[in-house]
Design a protein around this ligand. Structure first.
Ligand code: AP5
Ligand code: MG
Length: 216
């Protein structure tokens, strides 16, 4: 299984990819998660990425393409992957196609998560993430059993730097300008499948399974 998850910030890509990667036994490669780990660890990659991320801009293509090339070339990606939040520009999509060709692999589908802008704002400003295991919560729609504490690992929940309202609006604008053109890019290549990203998490997961299964 080799699938890409495409959609605006807050569409639920990470929520779904985390579970489906486990179910399909494939690598979950979320470029945003890799970058946040690098920022937290203070590595060279993190230092480069932080300024872009904090203002809701995209990290330069060459940095992202290098990172993905390294991860998808590794042994744990040989059985398949979900790329979550990548590609995000036409240049990234073209580099991704070259990389897959070099690896002798085919992309099964790109899943587009369709969610209204009002819902995205609500989700992002209420999102909380576990520092320990990365699991995602929402203050009202999927709160933890104990406020501020992860149900699964007991880790502390925090709000992402870029989930404040002004930055969220910028991320949505950047998405529309730089990433939304990928819908046509993948539609033209007959690789795009669309699911509604609104409704219960389990129902959306079922729709993704069905759409990817039907497309392969
Ligand atoms: P990244 O981490 O990829 O952020 P994003 O694309 O902006 O998307 P999010 O992670 O915010 O949303 P999501 O779709 O994963 O939603 P989630 O499942 O968490 O990127 C961050 C930054 O890194 C970028 O701005 C950029 O600077 C940089 N970057 C990353 N990749 C890059 C690339 N390829 N190129 C260049 N730069 C890059 O859900 C959101 C909330 O909604 C949660 O609270 C969740 O509980 C809730 N929720 C989920 N599903 C539902 C549902 N069905 N109903 C109700 N609530 C739900
Ligand atoms: Mg995410």
């Amino acid at each position: 299984m080799r699938v890409g998850f495409l959609g605006p910030p807050g569409a639920g890509k990470g929520t779904q990819a985390r579970e489906l990667a486990r179910e399909w036994n494939v690598l979950h490669l979320a470029t945003g998660d890799v970058l946040r780990e690098a920022v937290a660890a203070g590595t060279a990659l993190g230092l480069t990425a932080k300024g872009y991320m904090d203002r809701g801009a995209l990290v330069p293509d060459d940095v992202i393409i290098g990172l993905v090339g390294e991860r998808l070339g590794a042994r744990d990606a040989a059985t398949g992957f979900i790329v979550d939040g990548f590609p995000r520009t036409i240049a990234q999509a073209e580099a991704f196609a070259r990389l897959l060709k070099d690896l002798g692999q085919m992309l099964d589908a790109v899943v587009y998560f369709d969610v209204s802008e009002g819902e995205l704002l609500r989700r992002l400003t209420g999102r909380r993430v576990c520092k320990g295991c990365g699991r995602t919560y929402h203050l009202t729609s999927s709160p933890p059993k104990r406020a501020g504490v992860c149900d699964v690992c007991g880790g502390e929940l925090y709000q992402r730097e870029d989930d404040r309202e002004a930055t969220v609006r910028n991320r949505l604008e950047v998405y529309g300008r730089q990433t939304a053109p990928l819908l046509d890019y993948y539609r033209q290549r007959n690789q795009l499948v669309t699911v509604s990203g609104e409704g219960p998490v389990d129902a959306i997961r079922g729709a993704i399974r069905a759409a990817v299964g039907a497309h392969r």
